[in-house]
Design a protein around this ligand. Structure first.
Ligand SMILES: N[C@@H](CCC(=O)N[C@@H](CS)C(=O)NCC(=O)O)C(=O)O
Length: 222
């Protein structure tokens, strides 16, 4: 058994799993993956074998369960501070934690009306005025964050703080939603989305999502 195991849901549909998985990739550790398909009769008993909350992702480190995506980021950051899960400067790190927590706690309209479905294309579906407001807040925050912080690192690779961080992991499922639902965005947002989608671990996840056999009917809005 590996030192680290990450228990996740379907790669096509489980946005929180994507966040946790990107964080583990970012930490640069070897890990085993257990995929528990969601929305089946055996889903909950299987997840509960690993996760006290009955939710995924959960990271298991030599028997210690770490659940909740942000707790996983903090745990990995403590183990691997050199991996850069959070940006280096205190101001950038604080900003990264604030925007990540805002994602963790909010944007319910976007999450409800535009569920993650990586391989689908539902242009125009799910848009309401409340979803629009969520998207405006998020894209405004992305622009503002990049303007303030992305240029202050040695190499700006197009992410929120220049290099890919836990904050980008938190927003990666929003990027896939903007694509799935064909949301029109400004050029800065488009460039940011392209950078996230081209990030090699993201490509790996998307390819796996496309190969998955399971279908969750409630997220198939067509
Ligand atoms: N706040 C949690 C959210 C986790 C969550 O809601 N995960 C969903 C899958 S995306 C889940 O485990 N659902 C359980 C189920 O569908 O039975 C986190 O940040 O990790």
């Amino acid at each position: 058994m590996a030192d680290f195991t990450l228990v996740i849901g379907n790669k096509n549909y489980s946005s929180w799993s994507l966040r946790g998985w990107l964080m583990v990739k970012l930490a640069g550790i070897d890990f085993e993956e257990i995929v528990v398909p969601l929305d089946l009769p055996e889903t909950q008993p299987t997840i509960r074998k690993h996760s006290p909350s009955g939710r995924v992702p959960v990271l298991l480190h030599r028997g210690l369960p770490v659940w909740e995506s942000l707790a996983i980021a903090e745990y990995l950051n403590e183990l691997k501070p050199e991996a850069g899960l959070w940006p280096a400067s205190l101001a950038a790190r604080t900003h990264a934690r604030s925007i990540s927590t805002e994602m963790h706690a909010g944007f319910l309209d976007l999450r409800t009306h535009m569920p993650m479905n990586i391989r689908a294309a539902f242009p125009g579906k799910g848009m309401t005025s409340a979803v629009r407001a969520d998207i405006e807040r998020i894209t405004g925050m992305w622009r503002d964050t990049r303007k303030r912080f992305a240029g202050s690192v040695p190499k700006d690779s197009g992410f929120l703080f220049g290099a890919f961080s836990a904050a980008d992991a938190m927003y990666a499922p929003v990027v896939t939603r903007l694509r799935t639902y064909g949301v029109k965005v400004d050029s800065d947002t488009d460039a940011y989305c392209k950078a996230v989608l081209a990030f090699p671990p993201m490509q790996e996840w998307i390819a796996a999502a496309k190969r998955e056999p399971w279908l969750i009917q409630q997220y198939e809005l067509a």
